[in-house]
Design a protein around this ligand. Structure first.
Ligand code: ZN
Ligand code: ZN
Length: 371
């Protein structure tokens, strides 16, 4: 059975548990997960026995190459119609004309991603159906990775490690953050990435204290910590790694702060296993940082899932309430951020195993002093 057929089957089981007959899937990531289709315009109707992907003429050739387990319907302009006569309703209009939705069908829609305007249009076109908004059903299914997904993630992570290895040669006092960020993106591509997982974070000195700083024209100086947070996308799957290096020379303070974050990160990884609560993994990291007196400077959660998007469920934070399962891949990324001085974050992507975990990144976590 193909992965997509299995995923559709798991979605149907999840819907049946909620006494729902069908799903209208609208979020591009969900459609990709369930069918393999990567186009930007699509609607997927999942019925108990069959599934139907609707897209437009731009994807007439692409859709059959990518989609094996759903019927494909292409919205093609009818040459006989003038532009003024074209129906206004787009893919929902095509869905209506296919007459696939019987009266009374109980259909789930993705409440997190469907706009109010689009939902009102769908309700208008299908007045006899019963619509139920759902959140997180499909992203919940996608938490556990199947073998094809794990293979793609391992490739994305290997490319990220290799790019980091090459990038170390470019880091020196006098380099400009923005240029380094461009170089890092270039190296990811040259090592085989489709694209960046997200705009790389290259934040030096005091700017490293901003956890999501983007790169600027700031010049790297001796004594700066340099926070590098980046990742490759491979076959749609997102790697996400952070390393922090020191520029020029070390002080005791650099070593002390780095040592605390590294110890927290290792304890976090050690806490990862199937059956563990996500908040307990967060606590394993946070306790180390708190005990060292920097609890107030660890201003975010410990990690998140990765997959077809860079931030996916589960979340690992003080408030999170999920339980890890085997074959999830989550990040472990504690940090300490000291205003006006700098920040340290260390992040690995970690595979959850039945009785432990396997960090997938190979890049060194020794404190490197460069340039
Ligand atoms: Zn990251
Ligand atoms: Zn992350």
């Amino acid at each position: 059975m193909t992965p997509h057929k299995q995923r559709l089957g798991r979605l149907r089981e999840a819907l049946a548990r909620d006494r729902i007959d069908a799903a209208l899937v609208t979020h591009p990531t969900s459609i990709r997960y369930l069918t393999g289709f990567t186009g930007s315009a699509g609607l997927l109707l999942v019925l108990p026995e069959e599934s139907h992907l609707l897209t437009d003429g731009r994807y007439r050739e692409q859709a059959p190459l990518q989609v094996r387990d759903s019927s494909i319907h292409i919205d093609l302009p009818n040459a006989a119609q003038s532009a003024a006569q074209r129906p206004e309703n787009g893919l929902p209009g095509l869905l209506q004309s296919l007459e696939l939705i019987p009266a009374g069908l109980n259909i789930a829609f993705e409440a997190d991603s469907l706009s109010v305007a689009r939902f009102e249009q769908i309700e208008r076109l299908f007045p006899a159906a019963r619509w139920t908004g759902q959140s997180g059903t499909i992203s919940g299914l996608a938490m556990r990775k199947d073998p094809a997904e794990l293979q793609a993630l391992r490739s994305a992570i290997r490319i990220t490690d290799e790019a980091f290895g090459s990038f170390l040669n470019d880091i020196r006092a006098g380099a400009v953050e923005r240029e380094l960020a461009g170089r890092l993106s270039y190296l990811l591509r040259m090592h085989g990435a489709e694209k960046d997982s997200f705009e790389p974070i290259v934040a030096s000195g005091w700017r490293g204290a901003l956890p999501h700083a983007r790169s600027t024209d700031k010049v790297l100086q001796e004594g700066d910590f340099l926070v590098l947070d980046f990742g490759a996308v491979y076959d749609g799957y997102h790697a996400d790694m952070t390393r922090t290096v020191c520029i020029g020379s070390l002080t005791e303070r650099h070593e002390q702060i780095y040592g605390i974050v590294l110890e927290a990160q290792l304890q976090g990884i050690a806490a990862v296993r199937a059956g563990q609560r996500t908040r307990d993994v967060d606590a394993a990291c946070r306790d180390i940082i708190q005990a060292a007196g920097y609890g107030e400077q660890f201003v975010h959660g410990t990690g998140h899932g990765i997959g077809l998007e860079v931030h996916t469920p589960p979340r690992l934070s003080r408030e999170s309430d999920e339980v890890l399962e085997a074959d999830m891949v989550v990040t472990i990324e504690p940090g300490i951020y000291i205003e006006g001085w700098g920040g340290v974050r260390i992040e690995d992507d970690v595979l959850v195993l039945p009785d432990g975990s396997s960090p997938l990144n190979q890049s060194t976590k020794e404190l490197l002093v460069l340039g």
